[in-house]
Design a protein around this ligand. Structure first.
Ligand SMILES: *Cc1c(COP(=O)(O)O)cnc(C)c1O
Length: 395
């Protein structure tokens, strides 16, 4: 690996050269089962033929033009996103943190338009919203913030899955303008609220009562991952703002800040922008991704395979008292142990399995949405045996 790369990642000693479906091959020709999908990005798996075709054809026609012109592919993707979400308007950018930046700016502008000069946004403990200054300030993890003070002000933090704490903020402050929350916390450890739909519905109610915007960070939960297009679709409510990225372009960088109702018209001319955001290549990739998910019924598959993996892992690990919980929302799967287990990533790599460990003690699986039952069984077999080996060695 080059010495000229800044040292921001703990890289595993492997280089991949090609992929197909849920499989990757390294430069030595060794084959790996990919249960991480580039951290919830490669929903269609690797080298999906219809995606490759759409990207290649678009690249041959037009990759980029400025947003000072109409972009047909961008309009088509905006229409499609609003059709499947029931939302009204989209701003395109290039990543998850940028879609949250847009949401944060939108909420502040919404506040200023109401005469609130110092607007604040409620954010959660253990949340993750990105690495830009505003989004790392919104993030509920000191490790992400340490060394980058002064942080951006204007955030009020409460515990996740705690409606009472939000109500208390409502009763004590009059400058709150929005809540920013992940329907399921990804980086935080696959944290699913006890009553997942009840939680979002209660937050919706508080927002309505106080004139706040409900802003959902669906960067990880969106685009079919939890079994519906967006996680909020498991509930009765709709957000005012939703941020998307990861799975949207299947690896071609794209982010989207999607808004509904009042929130849809907050940004006016000159208030936000992006050079690359929504360019023809990225939006063609996004459109192809959504069409393929629809045609191949990958939301249904994510729900079925996610539940199968959770149930099979729980069964295989039922005698391990060190396993605290196995939980999932579709193909967001977490296995929480009673001890730090970062070592498992390296052990899994040696067994040709790609996984992640987050929040120190949680094995996180984010397999491609195209994973079939046989591949899921193979994943369960490899992972459960690895966890048992790890637990026996670390006793
Ligand atoms: C990954 C992630 C982000 C940040 O996305 P980037 O594209 O890395 O900026 C923000 N929010 C959530 C919930 C994420 O999972």
């Amino acid at each position: 690996m080059s010495n000229h790369l800044m040292n921001t990642y703990a890289r595993q000693p492997v280089t991949f050269s090609k992929g197909e479906g849920v499989w990757l091959w390294d430069t030595q020709g060794e084959k790996y089962l990919d249960a991480l999908a580039g951290v919830a990005v490669n929903g269609l798996g690797h080298a999906h033929p219809a995606l490759v075709k759409a990207i290649s054809e678009q690249a041959a026609k037009l990759i980029h033009v400025s947003n000072i012109y109409n972009i047909a592919e961008q309009s088509a993707l905006a229409d499609k996103l609003c059709e499947i979400s029931g939302m009204d308007k989209v701003f395109f950018c290039n990543s998850g943190c940028e879609s949250n930046e847009a949401a944060i700016k939108l909420a502040r502008l919404y506040g200023h338009n109401k005469g609130i000069e110092s607007p604040e946004i409620i954010v959660m403990d253990k949340s993750f919203h990105g690495r830009t200054m505003a989004t790392l300030s919104a993030t509920g993890n000191r490790k992400v913030q340490a060394g980058f003070e002064p942080l951006v002000s204007g955030f009020v933090r409460v515990p996740y899955d705690d409606v009472e704490a939000v109500k208390q903020v409502a009763s004590r402050k009059n400058n709150v303008v929005a809540i920013l929350v992940e329907p399921v916390q990804g980086e935080g450890g696959i944290n699913i609220p006890k009553d997942a739909s009840g939680y979002l519905e209660a937050l919706r109610e508080i927002c309505d009562a106080n004139g706040w915007l409900l802003m959902l960070d669906e960067v990880q939960t969106g685009i079919g991952r939890t079994g519906t297009w967006f996680a909020f679709q498991h509930t009765k409510i709709k957000p005012d703002v939703m941020s998307l990225a990861k799975g949207l372009g299947s690896g071609v960088p794209i982010g989207a800040c999607v808004a509904h109702g009042l929130a849809a018209d907050v940004f006016t001319y000159g208030k936000h922008g992006s050079t690359f955001g929504g360019n023809p290549l990225a939006t063609a990739a996004g459109l192809a991704t959504l069409n393929i998910i629809e045609q191949e019924k990958l939301r249904e598959n994510a729900e079925k395979i996610g539940d199968l993996i959770r149930a099979s892992l729980a069964l295989a690990l039922k005698d391990c008292k060190e396993v605290v919980a196995v939980r999932n929302a579709g193909l967001m799967i977490g296995v929480e142990l009673n001890r730090p287990c970062a070592e498992l990533v390296k052990m899994a790599l040696a067994e040709k399995l790609l996984i992640n460990v987050t929040a120190e003690k949680v094995v996180r699986l984010l397999p491609p949405l195209v994973m079939n039952e046989l591949e899921a069984q193979e994943l369960v077999l490899r992972l459960s045996s690895l966890i048992k080996t790890f637990l026996s060695q670390s006793n």
